[in-house]
Design a protein around this ligand. Structure first.
Ligand SMILES: Nc1nc2c(c(=O)[nH]1)N[C@@H](CN(C=O)c1ccc(C(=O)N[C@@H](CCC(=O)O)C(=O)O)cc1)CN2
Length: 373
């Protein structure tokens, strides 16, 4: 009876909405049975399972007959059974793989990859990400070089540092932490990183190649690359699937859509001007959300069995937390986990993959530059 208990105790926390009810009513016909191949049919009266097929890739749906007034109506609930895509664990595996390759490279050709990071201004979150990048480099054996510049520094200063790193043979990857202060032209700065060292993959030439059939970018942006890597490592098929990307930012949404398309998904992009976004997301087999809006994607936006990759990392007030806030994604996790077949948590989903992919891109760059395979 564990199934019934799970369904009965499904809770919708701070992101519940009127449209996200725990159960829908539908009329039970043989047609409905075929629509739910992974379904366990449960009789409320006998309280026994009548029929069930279980596939761990899809959430188990519980269909139970409603008691009194409408005998032909049944209640459908979805058991909380989505696979939790553990980005923290996958990122750790990738870091270990990178470390093994780096020590092999060092042993064979005496080269140690180097990553240069430029941080402008005093945003706390950016400083944390840069610190974590340095720690991650240390842990896998990448040399890291860091330049910190004040909020009011000039674009020229940033460009000078980039130019020096472009010419430095001990540096194989260069990145400028984003966002930049508003007085700076982000395009000018990103254009200055030489394409062979553009481990963030933000150079317009890299993005252009990503968009073109038959062309290969030197590097793919880390967060979208991490999203696809998670799908691969969880054996989630992409080819021929309907994918919806929510958000069209240069660093996540747009490249994520291009990557999905390269993987032969049929891709739609939902953005701030999209009318009735839920009508589009509801058709998706795969949703990648990168909008930065806490709990925007409700359970009712999700097709049963869909896979959800939540890129949002949004702080929300939480007096119970020692920090006074906690992080939530763009997707209402408590609702979506009962409907999706697989979902990334926040934190611990896509976030850790960003830095893992950066290490992997830096290794790739060093291998290319030194012709080491
Ligand atoms: N030049 C770049 N700037 C930015 C990038 C980028 O890829 N290149 N991405 C983001 C920030 N970012 C890395 O720079 C990043 C974001 C989140 C995480 C992460 O591990 N998040 C954790 C939660 C962390 C926390 O507790 O605060 C998680 O989701 O589990 C790593 C890196 C914008 N700028």
């Amino acid at each position: 009876m564990a199934l019934m208990e799970t369904a009965a105790t499904m809770m919708f926390t701070d992101c519940s909405s009127p449209s996200s009810s725990t159960a829908r009513l539908l009329h039970f016909t043989s047609c409905n049975v075929q629509k739910f191949p992974n379904t366990i049919y449960h009789s409320l009266r006998s309280n026994t399972l009548q029929f069930g097929i279980s596939n761990p890739k899809f959430p188990k749906t519980i269909i139970s007959r409603c008691s009194s007034s409408s005998p032909s109506a049944v209640q459908v609930t979805t058991e909380a059974s989505a696979t939790i895509i553990d980005g923290k664990r996958v990122a750790k595996d990738i870091r270990e793989e990178v470390a093994v390759n780096i020590s092999r490279m060092k042993d064979n050709i005496g080269i140690v990859p180097g990553l240069a990071v430029i941080l402008v201004g005093d945003r706390k979150d950016s400083a944390t990400y840069v610190r974590n990048k340095k720690k991650a480099c240390d842990s896998v054996g990448i040399n890291s070089y860091e330049i910190r510049l004040p909020e009011d520094c000039t674009e020229e200063e940033v460009l000078n540092h980039i130019s020096k790193f472009n010419d430095d043979p001990s540096v194989h990857g260069i990145l400028v932490q984003l966002p930049l202060p508003s007085q700076m032209n982000e395009q000018n700065v990103l254009n200055a990183v030489c394409i062979e060292k553009d481990v963030d993959g933000f150079h317009p030439l890299n993005i252009g190649r990503l968009a073109m059939r038959g062309r290969e970018p030197s590097f793919v942006p880390c967060t979208p690359k991490g999203c696809i890597e998670l799908l691969h490592r969880y054996d989630i098929p992409i080819k021929g699937k309907r994918a919806v990307v929510i958000g069209r930012s240069n660093i996540v949404g747009m490249p994520a859509a291009l990557l999905l398309q390269r993987e032969d998904a049929t891709v739609s992009i939902v953005h701030s001007r999209t009318k009735n976004p839920e009508e589009i997301t509801k058709q998706a087999d795969i949703i990648i959300s990168a909008v930065g809006q806490p709990n925007m994607v409700k359970g009712s936006w999700v097709k049963p069995g869909a896979v959800i990759i939540d890129v949002g990392i949004n702080p929300v007030e939480d007096p119970e937390s020692s920090k006074g806030y906690r992080l939530v994604g763009d997707v209402c996790y408590e609702e979506a986990k009962n409907i999706a077949s697989a979902i990334t948590p926040v934190p611990g989903g896509v976030g850790p993959m960003t830095i893992a992919m950066l290490l992997s891109n830096t290794l790739l760059s060093a291998k290319r530059i030194h012709n080491f395979s």
